[in-house]
Structure formats: structure tokens, C-alpha cells
Design a protein around this ligand. Structure first.
Ligand code: SUD
Ligand code: ADP
Length: 290
């Protein structure tokens, strides 16, 4: 069984407060994009979960989120058979694009189908949050408002079609580091999430782009100025706007014109500011998984 695990960007990311358990209350506008990892999953007679992958630095043991997700369901349903998963990673790792969370979501869908568990997407979402805060959203997909720790979801009307230029510098940023260094209860700036909800209702791409904001940039940009440089490069080359996704360091730029987006993509490659450069589009299927 072959499955695609799609990446996400955050069009808006606000942090409301730090909770007692260290997690943060968020308000985020999530958007799936057409950049994906590929999972080939098969039942095997030999018990256990075996993972292979194309990236040597991604763990293939129980630390892989695919392993965690599959094990969660296989243990609950006392499945005696084994599972093999070949994971081809194309989504940059530790990049703020929920690659691992999306792989976990795809693994849950795969296990549910292969072993005929009969779980609904809602059932999977309830279990998925134990693997990671972004996993329920990766099961839902499309355009959505995420609240709570990112797991309380409201599907939104589809974001207007547009081109998304991805630029990830050759640095790694840990999500934990970013949240730990955000003084969540003293934030002076909050992105206009409510206004963005309206702009999405009105299918107004220019307005959506104008309203983009991510409070986590207040931690990452002073630590990694390359992020600002990539943003500026995209804006100088015709992006409606450019911003860091999630906890970074990936930057994305939105474009309404294909030629302009292709030209900006080429220019970013030539600039060598970013190690991974990729041009894609927003993905919308009304939240339903094909
Ligand atoms: C920042 C965001 C925005 O979409 O995405 P990424 O940058 O990871 O893609 C998410 O909040 C990341 O969610 P996810 O990566 O699933 O988080 P988890 O694995 O559950 O937690 C990683 C670490 O982030 C912190 N964390 C996560 C979520 C949250 N609401 N508050 C937090 O403080 C916790 O300290 C935790 O140790
Ligand atoms: N399937 C997976 N794909 C990528 N990383 C994984 C996976 N499983 C576990 N990891 C670990 O999780 C960490 C963050 O992964 P990732 O989901 O790519 O980050 P982000 O949430 O910032 O997009 C990596 O350092 C990696 O070692």
C-alpha cells in the first residue's frame, strides 16, 4: 500500500500562553502543501515493525514517528503479524513542515486500512495527538484553524490556489528550543488570526498574504538571521509575502503568478542562501484524504 504524507505550512501562528505542563496554547492557521514523503507499507508474517528509509540520519528504530504511530495501533488491536514500511523522505527534516507528524498520520491511515481496524479519521485523530501535537492536523489536512496545543481543529474554506516557494537554510532548529526560548506570557506582538479567518472566508489571497505572522520568528530570527535574508530574497523577487513556517527554519513565500514564482525559485537557488529550494502549490481536498 502506497501513501503520501503531505507537508504543511503555517499561514498564521500565535501563542496565547504557556501551560503548567510546558506546552503552549496556540492559534494557528494551517495549510497543507503539495510536497510529500512516500510510504510503502506491507503486512509481513514476521512480527515487529521494520522501517527502511532513504535518509541515513533519520532513525529507523522505535524513535521514528512512523514506528510509534504503527505500534500504538498494533498494540491496541493486539495485531500478531508484522509490518514493513519503506519511507522515502522528500520533506526537509526538523524544518517546521511537520514531516515526521505527517509520516505518523499516514502510517496510522495505512495500519487502519491494512489490518481492517475500522477506525474513523476522528478515532485516529484522538490517538494521533499522543504521537505529536501536529498529528491530528496531518490526518485532517487542507486549510484549518488549530487551537489548544494544535490538536483542536476547525476546517476552513480552502485557501485560494497559489504557488508556494520553499527555502530551507542548511541549519537545524529544534521545536523544543524555540518554545523554551519564547517568553510566551510577555509577548508584545500577536498576529491577526481573526482577520485572516475573514480573508480566508472571502478567498482574498492578497489579504491573506498581508496578514501572515508567526510569533516564533521572534526567537528564531535573532538566533538565525539567514531566515530574514531568505524572506527578503523572496519578497524582492515578487512574493506577495514570505514568512517562517512553524518553528522554522523553513521559509515559504506565496505567489499568485507562476512565471514570477519560477523566476524567484531559480534566483533563490542561485543565491545559495537556502539548501533546499522547492516550488509547489497549496493542497486542498476539503480536508478529505484520497
Ligand atoms: C511549531 C509547530 C507549529 O505547527 O510545528 P513544527 O514547527 O514542529 O512543524 C507545532 O506547534 C509543533 O508541533 P509538534 O512538532 O507536533 O510538537 P510535539 O512533537 O508534540 O512537541 C515538540 C516540543 O514542542 C513543544 N510544544 C509543542 C506544541 C505546543 N503546542 N507547545 C509546545 O510547547 C514541547 O516542548 C515539545 O517538547
Ligand atoms: N518519520 C520521520 N521523519 C522525520 N524525522 C523524524 C521521523 N521520525 C522521527 N523523526 C525525528 O524527529 C525530528 C523532527 O522531525 P520533523 O517532523 O521533520 O520536524 P518538524 O516538526 O520541525 O517539521 C527529527 O530530528 C528526527 O530525528
Amino acid at each position: 500500500m502506497r501513501l503520501r504524507a503531505l507537508a504543511k505550512i503555517n499561514l498564521g501562528l500565535d501563542v496565547l500562553r504557556r501551560r503548567e505542563d510546558g506546552y503552549h496554547e496556540l492559534r494557528m492557521i494551517m495549510q497543507t502543501i503539495n510536497m510529500y514523503d512516500q510510504l510503502d507499507m506491507e503486512i509481513s508474517r514476521r512480527p515487529g515493525i521494520r522501517i527502511t528509509t532513504n535518509l541515513p540520519f533519520v532513525p529507523v528504530n522505535e524513535n521514528n514517528l512512523v514506528h510509534k504511530a504503527a505500534k500504538l495501533l498494533m498494540d491496541e488491536f493486539e495485531i500478531q503479524e508484522g509490518l514493513t514500511v519503506d519511507l522515502q523522505k522528500f520533506i526537509p527534516v526538523a524544518a517546521g513542515m511537520a514531516g515526521g507528524s505527517s509520516d505518523a498520520a499516514a502510517a496510522m491511515i495505512g495500519v487502519n486500512r491494512l489490518f481492517h481496524l475500522g477506525l474513523s479519521v476522528k478515532d485516529l485523530m484522538e490517538r494521533g495527538v499522543k504521537i505529536g501535537a501536529d498529528v491530528p492536523y496531518c490526518l485532517l489536512r487542507g486549510t484549518a484553524l488549530a487551537e489548544g496545543i494544535g490538536d483542536k481543529l476547525r476546517p476552513l474554506p480552502a485557501c485560494p490556489d497559489c504557488y508556494v516557494l520553499i527555502g530551507k537554510p542548511g541549519i537545524s532548529v529544534s521545536t523544543k528550543f524555540v518554545y523554551e526560548n519564547l517568553h510566551a506570557n510577555e509577548l508584545k506582538y500577536h498576529p491577526p488570526i481573526d482577520e485572516m479567518l475573514e480573508a480566508i472566508q472571502w478567498h482574498n489571497l492578497n489579504k491573506i498574504a498581508d496578514l501572515m505572522g508567526n510569533v516564533l520568528e521572534t526567537v528564531t530570527i535573532p538566533n538565525y538571521p539567514i531566515i530574514e535574508q531568505i524572506k527578503n530574497h523572496m519578497k524582492d523577487h515578487g512574493a506577495l509575502n514570505a514568512m517562517m513556517s512553524g518553528s522554522g527554519p523553513t521559509v515559504f513565500g506565496l505567489f499568485d503568478d507562476k512565471k514570477l514564482a519560477e523566476h524567484a525559485c531559480e534566483a533563490l537557488r542561485e543565491s545559495r542562501l537556502a539548501r533546499t529550494v522547492f516550488l509547489t502549490t497549496v493542497f486542498n481536498n476539503g480536508g478529505r484524504r484520497k
